[in-house]
Write a protein that binds this ligand. Structure first.
Ligand SMILES: [Zn+2]
Ligand SMILES: [Zn+2]
Length: 557
């Protein structure tokens, strides 16, 4: 744990989100008190079989929970709030959020029976409030979810501008983002440090406006004569609003598919969004509506196997079948890493002669993160002394730091998770490093990614498993042949040569152990395990997880 505790320093410490896009967890320290900004998660990939979610390991701040004055959430995306229901019980601090974000968090806490214990303090958009030594103001930003916010964090050392996820959109469909003048006025106050979103730093163009996408989508959908299915991220309330409007404008009935789509729709309605949204068509009635009168909005834009769109494409969704000349519009980005599942999904649709439109074919999506022109504008307005890029992989953070230099920011630092960075006085300086690991949600349990069950499952996945049970009498002789249970070992079948090799090895190993060793269960187990593993490796080229158990039956002579 950190030995660094200079009370006169203003510190920044990311525990997640630096060196990766996902699971953001940022900490600030002033006068020995800690403020947490966001507590997100990442979805696990194929390299972690059986694991759904990954969280940043909060152990460092759990150890200082008495000095943790609050958790401030910038917006409701999973990479910013997803770990709250799993990790908050270890933290116990008040949670600050704007109404829509608070609503999403409450719905998550209900699922874990935590709503009554969690202290959620709902803040109006634009609210200013004190959290320990930190004076916080929510600043509305455009983003691909309702209520994206940046934070102005005032400390006795100076002002921090924490951008959250943002873009510039003068024609935002949901909410009223801060204008250039307002951000420039903030810059006039003198900003010590800007900690900011690096996601789209390689984009040389601005992200584009939701209103422009709305116009383009309306035009495309207006020309279609078959069913139209639009898929997007459920949390993009502006896109929901757009598709709802288009349903009305084009005389189509709108159906919503997918649990998260319905959940976000409810949360948005409950917090005053989607006021003029059309009545939702019962999904069981989708096939009753004439083809040119149906518009479906669904989850599954990343090719998620269990999402509605994937099941529709697989012909596995009872209430909707697509026919030739129906259209599926991916109003979404292909997130790096998801190319394969999305490609497979598109192939299935194309094989059924369904028309597929993605962001490569037409203007059907804009990003929620700033491209280079927007970053330049923002630095021009905020004019920070220090730029610390976050929310990016190493390559994004490096490019963002270069860009900050190019636009004249005097000092930058490229952080990694676990870096304790002094912002003031005399910052930025890397002054310490604390452990910053990962946790995984394994079924209902939250474990370290480095824990033995996870490591063992990976080993079993890669090489299989062999269980060996040895029933020995009091003198260490096998009473019955060893019981072998093999799982996933290449070439293994009952009575195969490999099994014979293993049995022979067991016999030779027992014969080679001295009389005294044969009386010690642990010695026998380890000797047989090592020998069996060696022969398995020799025969298969793999190292199956091998477990040997001795059952000692002493009253047999
Ligand atoms: Zn994010
Ligand atoms: Zn976001």
């Amino acid at each position: 744990m950190s030995g660094y505790s200079k009370k006169d320093d203003l510190l920044f410490l990311p525990l997640g989100g630096c060196g990766e896009i996902g699971m953001n967890l940022n900490l600030y320290c002033c006068d020995g008190k800690w403020l947490m900004v966001d507590l997100g998660m990442t979805f696990a990939g194929e390299n972690l079989p059986g694991i759904e979610l990954i969280f940043p390991d909060p152990a460092f701040i759990v150890g200082k929970r008495r000095d943790l004055v609050g958790l401030v959430l910038t917006h409701g995306h999973e990479d910013h709030i997803g770990a709250v229901p799993y990790l908050w019980p270890q933290l116990g601090c008040p949670i600050y959020a704007t109404p829509f974000t608070a609503e999403l968090v409450r719905r998550k806490l209900v699922e874990r029976n935590l709503l009554d214990t969690a202290d959620i303090r709902e803040m109006e958009l634009g609210a200013s409030f004190e959290v320990g030594p930190f004076g916080i103001s929510y600043i509305s930003m455009a983003h691909s979810i309702a209520e994206g916010t940046a934070l102005r964090i005032e400390t006795r050392h100076g002002i921090i501008f924490h951008t959250g996820d943002w873009k510039l959109d003068e024609e935002a469909i949901v909410g009223t983002p801060a204008s250039g003048e307002e951000l420039s006025a903030l810059g006039d106050e003198g900003v010590l440090a800007m900690i900011g979103d690096s996601t789209n730093v390689f984009n040389t163009r601005a992200s584009g406006s939701e209103t422009a996408v709305a116009k383009s989508l309306k035009k495309i959908i207006g020309q279609k004569t078959g069913r139209v299915v639009v898929t997007t991220f459920a949390s993009n309330v502006a896109r929901l609003e757009t598709v709802g409007r288009i349903a009305g404008q084009t005389g189509r009935r709108l159906a919503l598919l997918g649990r998260s789509m319905r959940r976000i729709h409810e949360a948005a309605k409950a917090t005053g969004y989607l006021r003029d949204f059309p009545e939702i068509l019962d999904e069981k009635r989708m096939m009753d509506v004439p083809r040119d009168k149906l518009l479906v909005l669904t989850t599954g834009c990343q090719g998620e196997p269990r999402a509605a769109l994937n099941r529709i494409a697989a012909g596995d969704f009872r209430s909707l079948t697509l026919s030739p000349d129906d259209t599926v519009i991916f109003s979404s980005k292909i997130i790096p890493g998801n190319e394969h599942p999305i490609g497979a999904l598109i192939n299935r649709l194309v094989l059924d002669d369904v028309e597929v439109i993605t962001e490569h074919d037409a203007f059907v999506h804009v990003s929620g993160h700033p491209g280079q022109p927007e970053l330049r504008d923002m630095y021009g307005w905020i004019r920070p002394q220090i730029a610390i890029p976050v929310h990016g992989e190493a390559r994004h953070i490096k490019r963002h730091a270069e860009l900050a230099k190019e636009v004249g920011v005097p000092r930058t630092l490229r952080p990694l998770n676990g870096d304790v960075i002094r912002l003031a006085p005399d910052g930025p300086q890397l002054v310490d490093q604390v452990p910053a690991g990962r946790l995984v949600l394994d079924g209902e349990k939250v474990l370290s990614i480095a824990s033995e069950p996870i490591a063992e499952r990976r080993r079993m996945l890669f090489a299989g498993h062999l269980g060996v049970s040895l029933a020995l009498n009091g003198r260490g002789k096998l009473i019955v042949p060893a019981a072998l249970v093999a799982r996933g070992i290449p070439g293994w079948a009952e009575g195969c040569a490999l099994e014979e090799d293993v049995r022979r090895t067991i016999g030779e190993t027992l014969a080679g152990l001295g009389r005294r060793n044969l009386l010690d269960d642990l010695v026998v187990e380890e000797a047989v395990r090592v020998a069996v593993r060696r022969i398995l490796r020799q025969d298969t080229g793999k190292k199956p997880v091998t477990v040997v158990r001795v059952l000692r039956i002493t009253d047999l002579k």
